[in-house]
Design a protein around this ligand. Sequence first.
Ligand code: OAD
Ligand code: ZN
Length: 242
Amino acid sequence: MTGMKKISLTVADQVFVLTGSGVSAESGIPTFRGVGGLWRNYRIEEVASPEAWRQNPRLVWEFYSMRRHVAAAAKPNPAHTALAKLGKALGERLFLCTQNVDNLHEQAGSPNIVHMHGELFKSRCDRCSRAPFDDTHTYDPPAGIPRCKCGGQIRPHICWFGEMPYAMERILHELDRCSVFIAIGTSGTVEPAASFVARVGGRARTIYIGPEEPLNRTAFTECFLGKAGEVLPDLFAVSATS
Ligand code: OAD
Ligand code: ZN
């Protein structure tokens, strides 16, 4: 995207970046709502809800095992790399919050990512308070549901519909102190993430990046249309003075 205008950032800026599944699309991980999206092929309430877990945990694990297979084969794309580079330039002044459950931001070298919807390669007990743990296994039926020592069932460390996203206290704190808010590759349809921009609007610069306008487009003051992997590498200009 030559000749496209840049986003100028200075040492005085505190930047909040929210990423969505569009950022991993060019790595071959499907989004949720577009053509070929996961929610076109699976019913949310059958694979990604507490009710689904109660009624058919095997189907839930089949779904997340499939997603582990897909994500394990994926590599970071230039969008992930550009955000890792921005993190190196801004240090503590970049807060990267992702709705994605893959680990491509980590693989690209971004430090301290907050995964508000959980992590695909972690599991936890559905009964006791044992901390989420690394888990790359796939639980394809007919194998049984793995069990915790306490007798509970091991579930994916994922925020399902009807559950509370993780790290919300930290996220709200970061939203309230940012001077620039940038959302990338997210359709603006899932709460509470869809309302982050409205919370900071009027106080912070608000920028959207993606190939099409999100549902909450009017809450953003700037919109850069294009694929994240094509737009991000040349988008940021960080200067040492404010
Ligand atoms: P959606 O599938 O709702 O939206 C994907 C967005 O990515 C769309 O706005 C596309 O235009 C955009 N997009 C597609 N290709 C892109 C590219 N190459 N570069 C940049 N953007 C691109 O996915 P999310 O908004 O991430 O939650 O969905 C939010 C949440 O809904 C997910 O975290 C997941 C889902 O249900 C849970 O599972 C809890
Ligand atoms: Zn347990």
